[in-house]
Design a protein around this ligand. Structure first.
Ligand code: CTP
Length: 481
């Protein structure tokens, strides 16, 4: 079949074909770019497979493209990358691979296009389009990848036990592609993941995290986590999340299945994400991703805080606090970043129960100010997480909760206008306090500073410098008595 698609007419593809003809090499565009062509997903990453030396074709192409092209050659792997005008062209020689049981790193030998296609992960990723002039645009699809795209199926080209045992990362990739594309796993492919799940142990945590992040950024991330659970991979890669599963019943009283509740919250956040405004120079870079991690972890402390109270039934006291303490350990183990992104997730988990406590009429301004102070600029994200956390099936209840959160938001806006607490910095710092009373650094300085902060948050004094100085003076006088 010859593909007629405007993207195939890209000048760079013709140029690659011409250079291959000149060098007497057969070459094909293959893998993700071809898959995405049929899915109408624009992509600037082009993988080219060459029957022969990928490096010599890359060098010839880089030369033809001229000054704007940058080439990087990886001799040990027999690959080369050419970057040009935002495009990344990867050149590799067609190969045949065989694997050892203890490693993802294959023994590689030169091979034919067919052998190269056999070693690929999924039928939809094994399609190739010829770039040589004699057959330009011809699709070589030996495993009916097109059919699987139409049927929305993720399936391995060979026996899935071989494909997954060769490279167990592909088990994660299968679930990630299914989630990203909204596809199903072919039955045998699914069964093989379940059979080979223990092999995930030879994959580095960084690579697993990469796949998890792609699952998290999909339209319905819950689908990926459900597949991870059903295939049995979940307890191996993320036992704390697997521990949220199940319902315990005592004296006829059960509790929510926290795993499925969590996934609902995650999908809710994914639906609400467009409401997250992008901020220039945002340290979180990808706020959408980290708020989704916060949603996934918001109740992670529940199994450890679960208790039975004969009157109240099941309780999860302090689960937010226990969960927040678990976040750094989970991030470290999953090799997620341990910087301000982790700090943000930790803070969200810690604070997620606070807005619900602000709903009562009797709530003091002080409690609202304290939350504004602790959440700072992330307060809108926190409120979005709280809205997403409403998963009751009772529509009236859902509406009432949303309405209450709107009232909390209103209270916050009013107080923020008046007191400017969000980015509050105490109007008198430690150095000034030491100078005022001729003090050396000591715990008293910290005490006075904390007292000013509390007085402002409690509304005892306004958030102003003169008032703060007068307040400190009064405190000092009292202490001298
Ligand atoms: N591939 C594979 N096994 C892997 C990784 C990659 O067989 N473990 C093959 C697939 O044919 C894949 C191609 O290499 O299409 C390119 O891999 P990669 O760039 O990682 O993935 P893409 O398919 O391009 O998709 P994405 O960019 O979304 O990861």
């Amino acid at each position: 079949m010859t593909v007629n698609n405007p993207k195939i007419e890209a000048p760079v593809l013709h140029l690659i074909g011409e250079e291959a003809d000149r060098l007497g090499l057969e070459c094909y565009v293959i893998g993700g770019w071809v898959r995405d062509l049929f899915l109408h997903r624009p992509s600037d990453d082009i993988d080219v497979v060459v029957v022969g030396s990928g490096i010599s074709l890359a060098e010839a192409v880089a030369k033809r493209l001229g000054k704007g092209a940058h080439i990087a050659v990886f001799k040990t792997y027999g690959t080369a990358q050419v970057k040009h005008k935002g495009m990344e062209l990867e050149f590799v020689g067609a190969r045949r691979e065989s694997y050892r049981r203890d490693s993802r790193n294959p023994i590689v030998e030169d091979g034919t296009l067919e052998e190269d296609q056999n070693r690929r992960d999924f039928t939809i990723n094994a399609m190739a389009i010829c770039l040589n002039k004699h057959s330009y645009g011809e699709l070589l699809d030996p495993f009916d990848g097109i059919g699987d795209l139409e049927r929305c199926i993720i399936k391995t080209p060979l026996d899935p036990d071989i494909t997954f045992s060769d490279d167990p990362l592909r088990m994660m990739r299968a679930i990630r592609f299914a989630t990203q594309l909204g596809f199903n796993l072919d039955g045998e492919t699914f069964d093989a993941i379940a059979r080979n799940k223990e092999r995930i142990g030879i994959i580095t945590k960084e690579r697993i995290a990469e796949e998890l992040n792609k699952i998290m950024l999909s339209r319905r991330p819950s689908e990926g986590w459900i597949l991870l659970d059903k295939t049995g991979l979940l307890p191996l890669i993320f036992p704390e999340l697997a521990a949220l599963k199940g319902v315990e019943v005592k004296e006829g009283r059960g509790h929510k299945d926290v795993f499925y509740h969590t996934l609902k919250v995650l999908d809710n956040v994914a639906n609400l994400s467009p409401a997250l405004s992008s901020r220039e120079g945002d340290k979180l870079e990808n706020r959408v991703l980290w708020l989704r991690w916060a949603a996934l972890l918001h109740d992670i402390g529940k199994p450890r805080s679960k208790a039975w109270d004969p009157q109240a039934g099941w309780t999860f006291r302090n689960h937010n606090y226990i969960g927040a303490k678990m976040v750094p350990k989970i991030f470290a183990r999953l090799k997620l970043p341990l910087n301000e992104k982790m700090e943000y997730v930790r803070k969200m988990v810690d604070l997620h129960m606070r807005p619900i406590n602000l709903i009562e009429d009797t709530v003091t301004d002080s409690a609202v100010r304290r939350l504004l102070f602790e959440a700072g600029d992330d307060i809108d994200d926190l409120m979005l997480l709280c809205d997403a956390d409403i998963t009751s099936r009772n529509e009236q209840k859902v509406e009432r909760y949303h309405r209450n959160y709107q009232l909390v938001r209103q209270k916050m806006v009013e107080l923020e206008e008046r007191d400017r607490i969000r980015n509050f910095q105490p109007p008198v710092n430690g150095d000034e306090i030491m100078a005022m009373f001729h003090l050396e650094p000591c715990s008293l300085v910290g005490e006075l500073k904390a007292a000013v902060k509390d007085a402002i948050l409690d509304g005892v004094i306004p958030n102003e410098r003169d008032a703060a100085i007068q307040y400190i003076n009064e405190l000092w006088q009292k202490k001298q008595k």
